[in-house]
Unconditional design. Structure first.
Length: 97
């Protein structure tokens, strides 16, 4: 009986971890978050969606936007009159580099 209970709890834990990893908070949260480090991962944002998220974070004139091998959209943009390098990770976080 104990073996079945332990196996069931382990199964639930694995299923919960898999769900947490596949969850993309960027889809639920329309407001981008500023973070100092980009999260590596499979980025499902299209270029147009990436530009929109970056604009919602207060940046304008987004140029040279390309997705790097780590799944981070990178480019340059203008904010507060200054030209800066920016990134957008798979979670929807906007990173000023």
């Amino acid at each position: 009986m104990k073996t079945y209970l332990i196996a069931a709890l382990v199964g639930v834990g694995i299923a919960s971890a898999a769900h947490a990893e596949s969850h993309n908070p960027a889809v639920k949260d329309p407001k981008p978050v500023a973070t100092p480090i980009a999260a590596k991962g499979a980025n499902s944002f299209t270029e147009a969606q990436a530009r929109d998220r970056i604009a919602k974070a207060g940046y304008s004139d987004v140029t040279e936007l390309v997705k790097n091998p780590n799944g981070v959209w990178q480019g340059s943009a203008t904010k507060d009159g200054a030209r800066v390098l920016i990134g957008l990770d798979y979670r929807g976080n906007v990173i000023k580099r």
